[in-house]
Every structure is written in C-alpha cells, then in structure tokens.
Design a protein around this ligand. Structure first.
Ligand SMILES: Nc1ncnc2c1ncn2[C@@H]1O[C@H](COP(=O)(O)OP(=O)(O)OP(=O)(O)O)[C@@H](O)[C@H]1O
Ligand SMILES: [Mg+2]
Length: 364
C-alpha cells in the first residue's frame, strides 16, 4: 500500500513515548543513586565520629561500635544494588538508540527514481522475464502485454509462478532478467512510492492490523471520509458483518477475542482496494480461506471494482475466469497458453484439466 512514511510515523510516535518514559525513569534513578551514595558516606562518617567520641568518654566499647558499623554494612548492600539498576537502564537506553538508528536507515532501495504524479493508464508489459529464488528458476522467459483496463485471469497449478509474476509489478521482487513496463516506463525507474500508489493489491493471505475496523479500512486511503469508507465496505460486501460486530466500525479487531475469519479479512482487504481507487488492481484469489458462499459474496464486488482498471486476478474459480478478457495459463514458470475460456477449452489440455478442478473448488 506504499504506507511506509505513515507506518514510520506511527512507530516513531510510540517509540518516542517509550523513550521519554525511559529517560524520565533513568533521571530519577540517577538522582536516587546520588542521594543514596551521599547518605551512605554521611551516615558512616557520623557513626564513626559519634561512636568514637562515646568510646573516648568510656560509655561505649570498641566492640559495640564495630558491631554497629557491621549492621550499617547490611543496609548499604541492598541500597547500592538499587542504585546500580540505574546503570542497567542506561544500557537499555543505548540499545533503544541503536534501534532508532536502524529505523532511520532507508527501507529497501529508495533510489531517486522518476516521479510520476499523473494517473497511469494501466498498460502492463512483461518483457522476457526470468526470475529465480535462491538460484532455482521460478519464471522462465515470460512475455505478456496487457492493455489498459483489460481483465486478465491467471490460472495454473500451485507453484506455477502466478503470485511471483504479479509481485513484480509493484516491485516486491525484481526479475533476474527482462523488464516490467507500466505505461511504457520500466518499473525500476519509477519512484517506488509513486509506483505503488497506482497499484491496489488484495493478497492471497489478507492481513488485518491492530486498530479498529475503520482504521483498517482507511488504510486504503488515509484521507477518506467515514462515508466513503462505509461505501467501500458496502461494495466489498463487508458492511453486513461489520455492523454485526460488538461496536460496529469502532470494534478493535486487533485485540484478542474479536478475530475475523479468513473471508472477513479478505472482504476488509477488498474494501481497502476499493478505497484506494488505483488504475492497476491485483487480486490473488484465496482458496482454502473461503467457503463457497463467502467466496461468492467477496467476488460479487469484483465486477464493480475492476471497472476502468487493469485487473489481474489469480483465479481458482470458474465464475471469475469466465468473465476475464483473457486467461493466461501458467505452468512451471512459463506461460503455456493465452485465450478466452472457449478458446482454451479447445486448445489447451492443461486448461481443460484446470477447468475440471474449478468445478470442485473445495478440493484445492
Ligand atoms: N519467498 C520464496 N522463497 C523461495 N521460493 C519461493 C518463494 N515464494 C515462492 N517460491 C517458489 O516459487 C515458485 C512459484 O511460487 P508462486 O507463489 O509464484 O506460485 P503460485 O503459482 O502463486 O502458486 P499457488 O497457486 O500455490 O499460490 C514455487 O516453486 C515456490 O515454492
Ligand atoms: Mg500464489
């Protein structure tokens, strides 16, 4: 969601608070240790002087004075220990300073890159892409040109490289060779924040952050009004279950006991994508997380969501695939066939196999 600056600010707010608490505590501890130290020295001196005088006058024996001094020692031990904790806290402060340094480091490669402020038309070109994970080839010479506003369904067996391919658009990964172009611009040359600003993603495993439902939804667009947020939730079929939560949109879904189901998280994630209103939409369809009914509900909003956007859906269901302008069949890191549902049923054996599986989504 290209929310790095927001997240950084959120964290530094909390970190500064913790820091302030630590500094306050440490100041008090240090003052305490000074006071304790002074009292210790002063106390011993007084006892020795007073005791010495008494011994000289003969009203106290040397032995009693020594015993009194020994008792004093018992009291000083623990006091010194308490004073020492101040030192430990100093060390903790130093660690906190190092954490801050780490946070200050530039995330990923924030290279200058070209600023793109106008909205993309949404043309996406994969040009002879190869990609490896730890030396293992995952994508092999993949080329595909997607027109602005086109609806592409990606299908293929598990591990074919579908998620990896679409992850190259927002540059979660970079190809070993080849280029990804958006509106003719190589994505590696576009400023990362500007690139991601134009892409909305609903991931295979949707994440929900701590905070209220409203905060989670507004993550899609931080300046959205409550009315806009509600509208997005309705479009994503999330509104129904949200109003049934204990405190509706103000329910804290980060706290234990208010866990959301996979399908509900997915709908929150869809609503966020609605709010973001980006020209490129990427949807990694969940499989196991959703039962058939909530799947239908979630993706009922899709037709509305993808209007006017270049849309990539990694699809496991026939109803999604059927509506696509083009279906891309992937297998073992390659595109093995491209076409409409009817075309592929005739031309691709693998597609026929997959299509048969789509009819029984529970098996995936
Ligand atoms: N972070 C990673 N580190 C190493 N290997 C990975 C990583 N992510 C994916 N892979 C490997 O890359 C290959 C392609 O994975 P990818 O997630 O793109 O497949 P997929 O087509 O999306 O599969 P699925 O339908 O199960 O989601 C797989 O062999 C997978 O094991
Ligand atoms: Mg995947």
């Amino acid at each position: 969601f290209a929310r790095e600056p927001y997240e950084s600010q959120r964290f530094s707010g909390v970190a500064t608070e913790a820091m302030r608490a630590r500094v306050g505590l440490s100041t008090k501890e240090s003052m305490f240790s000074v006071v304790v130290g002074s009292l210790t020295v002063l106390g011993s001196t007084l006892v020795i002087i007073e005791g010495g005088l008494l011994v000289l006058r003969g009203s106290l024996t040397v032995g009693t004075l020594l015993v009194a001094l020994a008792y004093l020692g018992f009291v000083y031990g623990p006091l010194a220990g308490i004073a020492n904790t101040a030192g430990t806290i100093q060390q903790a402060l130093a660690s906190a300073a190092r954490v801050r340094e780490t946070l200050a480091l530039a995330p990923e490669r924030q290279e200058p890159g070209q600023r793109v402020s106008e909205r993309f038309r949404g043309e996406v070109v994969f040009d002879r892409i190869s990609f490896t994970y730890d030396g293992r080839p995952v994508l092999d010479d993949v080329s595909l040109t997607v027109r602005p506003g086109e609806f592409i369904a990606l299908v293929g067996p598990s591990g074919a490289g579908k998620t990896t391919l679409v992850s190259l658009i927002p540059r979660f990964y970079e190809p070993a060779s080849g280029h990804v172009l958006v509106d003719g611009l190589d994505v590696t040359r576009i400023r990362l924040a500007d690139l991601r600003h134009q892409i909305a993603i609903v991931q295979q495993d949707s994440v929900v952050m701590s905070g209220t439902v409203m905060e989670n939804l507004r993550y899609g667009r931080l300046d959205a009004t409550p009315a806009e947020v509600r509208q997005a939730a309705v479009a994503a079929h999330a509104h129904e279950f949200i109003v049934d939560l204990p405190e509706g949109y103000d329910t804290d879904i980060g706290s234990p006991g208010t866990g959301l189901s996979g399908g509900q998280r997915q709908r929150i994630s869809m609503a966020r994508a609605f709010l973001k209103d980006a020209p490129i939409l990427i949807l990694d369809e969940p499989t196991a997380a959703l039962d058939t009914i909530s799947e239908r509900e979630v993706f009922a909003g899709l037709a509305h969501l993808r209007a006017g956007r270049t849309t990539f859906v990694i699809a496991h269901r026939l109803s999604t695939v059927r509506n696509a302008d083009r279906i891309v069949v992937m297998d073992a890191g390659r595109i093995v066939a491209v076409g409409t549902h009817a075309e592929l049923l005739r031309t691709s054996g693998l597609y026929r196999e997959l299509a048969a599986q789509f009819e029984r989504p529970q098996e995936v």
